[in-house]
Design a protein around this ligand. Sequence first.
Ligand SMILES: [Zn+2]
Length: 248
Amino acid sequence: MEAVVLVVFVLFVFAWKSARPRVKGGIGERKVAWTLSGLDENEYVVLNDLLLKSKTGSAQIDHLVVSRQGIFVIETKFYDGWIFGHENAEYWTQNMYGKKTRFLNPIRQNQTHVRALKNLLSDIGNIPFIPIVVFAGRGVLKGVNTESPVIYSRQLRDTIMENRNTTSVLSPDQVKSIGERLKQANVPDRSERKTHIHRARNASAIRSQRERSGLCPRCGGQLVARSGRHGRFMGCTNYPKCRYTRNA
Ligand SMILES: [Zn+2]
C-alpha cells in the first residue's frame, strides 16, 4: 500500500516538473483572472487568454481590461525566487538559491502586445494603453528597475482602481464595443493556437542561435563595440532601426 502511494507521488512530482512552464503559467493566469473577476462589470470589460492576429504576426495576451481611462494590457509571470530585470534588457533573470535562469523581458513582450492592439483598434483613435507586468508566484522583485509598472498580483486591483482618477477618454458604450471587438478578434481555434506556440518557440531558438554566433538576437545584424555616456557597450549595426544593446 505504502509503495503504491510512493509510486503515485513520484509520478505526480515527475508530471509536475515536466509540465512545469505550461501548467504553472496556467496557475498564475488563473490567479490573476480570479483577481480581475472582482472588478465592477459595469465599469470594466475583462478578457483573459486572447490570441490576436495582426499584420505583424500573432500575439498571445494573458489579460486585457478595458476601462474608460484606457486598456490595461497584462502579462502574467509565475516565478519563485528572486527576480532581476531592466526596462530594455533582452532577458530578465530568476535567481533560485544561486541557480540563475533567464527569461524574456516581459515588458518587451507586452510592448509587442500593445503594438498588435494598436494595429487592431487603429480606427478608434487615441486610446491610452497601460501595460502591466504581474508576478503571481512567490517570486520577489529584487533588482527590477522599470518605468512601466511591474507588480505583484495582490497589487493588481488597486493599480487598476487608482487609474480611475485619470481622465476618462472612452464612453461606457465605447468600453463595451471595444470589448466586443476584441472578443470577436480572438482566435479560439486550438490548432491555430498550437501554431502560435510553435512559432514563438522557433523565434526563441533563432534568438539563442544568433546569440551564440555573436549576432544581434533581435534582427541577426552584426554587433559592434561602441562607447556612450555609460561606457563601452555592444550595439547593433542596424541602429536606429534596431536598438539592441548589451554590455561589452
Ligand atoms: Zn539588431
